[in-house]
Design a protein around this ligand. Structure first.
Ligand SMILES: [Zn+2]
Length: 231
């Protein structure tokens, strides 16, 4: 993946229940209700939904593994405790998304590294849809909406930073004395990282798909096979 030019804002659609902006428009079939499950709008098989979730969590997991190995000389910076995928289902359809990469982060970590970690799930699962020839604007929207919690986390990691999509929101950051995070730029940097580690993400995702749960040590062992000495 090549980092896109950031001269044009990708945020064109407001998602009211999530109170956030998305790149893709809401599907026509969406009820618009807050809290309504959006997974059926993927129109994917249960197997594909499970792999889509596994790739999302693997994106987080591999990012954490690389930070654990390299970022803070000899000291773990993001420790991955465990990662799992699971879905509630009804009549063969995935109803609720289940998956989590549970981490602990250690003092001294750079805020931007955490932002990249948070964005890695959303960007990995979007890329997987494209690579599999499954990407549509509707699926792109679902992928975004299911990652709004991750985007909120970027603001939650450190009260001195806040995701801001629009000029008005950036202005509000100035008023509130916090630094705005340009999410599009964060996504571009995340894409660059994922491009380098993509075989590791796919490998961890396959194991997650099969086993449902991996320990942090297991995910790190897999990711380490793909690390070159260049970092
Ligand atoms: Zn996530």
């Amino acid at each position: 993946m090549t980092a896109p030019a950031q001269s044009v804002s990708p945020w064109k659609h407001f998602c009211e229940p999530g109170n956030a902006w998305t790149r893709n428009p809401a599907p026509a079939a969406w009820s618009g209700e807050a809290g309504a499950t959006v997974l059926p709008l993927l129109e994917l098989s249960l197997r594909d939904v499970r792999m889509w979730t596994a790739v999302h969590e693997a994106g987080h997991a591999v990012t954490a593994a690389v930070h654990y190995a390299y970022v803070t000389a000899g000291q773990p910076s993001i420790r991955l405790n465990h990662v799992y995928v699971n879905h509630a289902q009804w009549q063969g359809r995935a109803l609720s998304r289940g998956g989590q990469a549970h981490i602990t982060f250690v003092s001294g970590i750079d805020f931007y590294d955490l932002a990249i970690w948070a964005a890695a799930g959303e960007r990995a699962s979007d890329w997987w849809l494209r690579e599999e020839g499954l990407w549509t604007p509707d699926r792109g929207w679902v992928n975004e909406v299911c990652a709004l919690g991750d985007r909120d986390n970027i603001s939650a990691f450190d009260s001195r930073w806040r995701v801001a999509y629009t000029d008005a929101e950036r202005q509000q950051c100035q008023t509130d004395g916090v630094t705005p995070v340009d999410l599009a730029a964060t996504h571009a940097d995340t894409d660059e990282f994922l491009e380098e580690m993509w075989p590791a993400v796919r490998h961890v995702a396959r194991l997650l798909y099969t086993h449902g749960r991996l320990t942090g040590a297991q995910a790190r062992a897999v990711a380490s096979q793909y690390l070159t000495g260049s970092r």
